[in-house]
Write a protein that binds this ligand. Structure first.
Ligand SMILES: *Cc1c(COP(=O)(O)O)cnc(C)c1O
Length: 353
């Protein structure tokens, strides 16, 4: 029904729907790509040692020393790093700072469903470009006039990484707009484009502590780009919230970056479980995309994704099902611990074999 009076001016948006966060303790939660393992023990120590007296003061508005720590880790200057409350916050700042053209921004039809939400709320025109049949990106589509480009690498929910040579082609064809690469899952596979930053002044890379560093509940994300582009993101941030990251999060984030061995060991465990789960699912009649992330994108040759989703849900195993065109017969399954994985494999076996 047509809205009347003051209701005509209320915002008209479809908000992002996150994976369920069930409250019961004994469920197996593989629906939000959270890390299967806890953060580094150093994070617990940093939080325990945090002196609450410090909370009397505002946090460091520039998020030092986390910026310096990240800059050192990735071989950049601190002025090339932007820090925010999760990469969702970082991406929102990037959309505001960089996508101000009348031309549409481009991104794949199957991708992170937060992008259309920001475009709608910020009134940014956009155009989605279909992934190929095999859910890979065709970079030749990205040569048309546009107001900017964003895509995740590896992509979500497909889990598929795009070759760096292809990314370079896309960048070469788009030197006059900002290209944002959302590297949320890059620590689990694929090749980072950080080393392309000096060559492409228009490139912005976003990252998060939520997935590979097990800190989804802390809300920490960051962007890396030229000093010039980061200064625009800071200008946006300082226009609506000059103190984005709280003091506890800064301490926890620093501790997570400090423990590189734990970080790499955790990733290695997840990658090994991922490869084992892929094989097990294939043996049970699933087609599984080649994953470079901490989740799998799979469809079964006999049971629909919805059937398997509901069946597993009844057994207390939560995976993600998207009731959306092209992907409504696929499940997105987060790679859990070995124990969780074994339980899920047994449950699926009971259904399909
Ligand atoms: C999880 C996710 C994010 C956001 O993560 P934050 O928790 O906000 O840091 C961004 N992009 C993609 C593709 C994701 O899957």
């Amino acid at each position: 029904m047509e809205k009347q009076g003051f209701r005509k001016n209320l915002i008209n948006i479809e908000p992002y729907v996150a994976g369920e966060q069930p409250k019961t303790a004994d469920i197996i939660k593989l629906n939000a790509n959270e890390n299967a393992y806890p953060p580094s023990p150093g994070v617990q120590k940093a939080i325990s040692a945090f002196d609450a007296e410090k909370l009397r003061l505002y946090p460091d508005f520039s998020s030092e020393p986390l910026k310096s720590k990240l800059a050192e880790y990735y071989g950049l200057k601190p002025s090339q790093v932007f820090v925010g409350n999760g990469s969702d916050d970082v991406l929102a700042a990037a959309f505001r700072a960089f996508f101000n053209s009348d031309r549409p921004i481009l991104y794949p039809d199957v991708t992170y469903s937060f992008y259309p939400v920001w475009c709608d709320i910020l009134k940014i025109p956009y155009k989605t470009l279909p992934l190929k049949e095999d859910f890979t990106m065709n970079v030749n589509d990205y040569t048309q006039p546009n107001g900017g480009i964003i895509f995740p690498n590896p992509n979500a929910p497909t889990s598929i990484a795009l070759d760096k040579s292809e990314i370079k082609k896309l960048l070469d064809a788009n030197r006059d707009v900002i290209v944002v690469i959302d590297e949320t899952y890059i620590d689990f596979g694929g090749e980072s484009c950080i080393d392309l930053l000096p060559e492409y002044e228009n490139l912005v890379i976003t990252r998060t502590f939520s997935k590979s560093r097990s800190l989804a509940g802390m809300r920490l994300g960051f962007a890396m780009a030229s000093e010039e582009l980061i200064s625009y993101m800071n200008a946006v941030k300082d226009s609506y919230n000059s103190y984005p990251v709280d003091a506890v999060a800064i301490a926890a984030g620093c501790a997570a970056v400090d423990d590189d061995k734990y970080f790499k060991d955790t990733i290695a465990k997840i990658v090994s479980t991922r490869d084992r789960l892929t094989k097990a699912l294939e043996d049970m009649g699933f087609t599984v995309a080649k994953s470079s992330a901490n989740f799998l994108f799979a469809s079964h040759n006999k049971y629909t994704a919805k059937e398997i989703f509901s069946y597993l849900r009844d057994k207390g195993i939560f995976v993600r099902f998207f009731d959306k065109p092209r992907i409504d017969n696929f499940l997105r399954i987060t790679v859990g611990t070995d124990e969780q994985t074994d339980k899920m494999i047994s449950a699926i076996k009971e259904l399909v074999v």
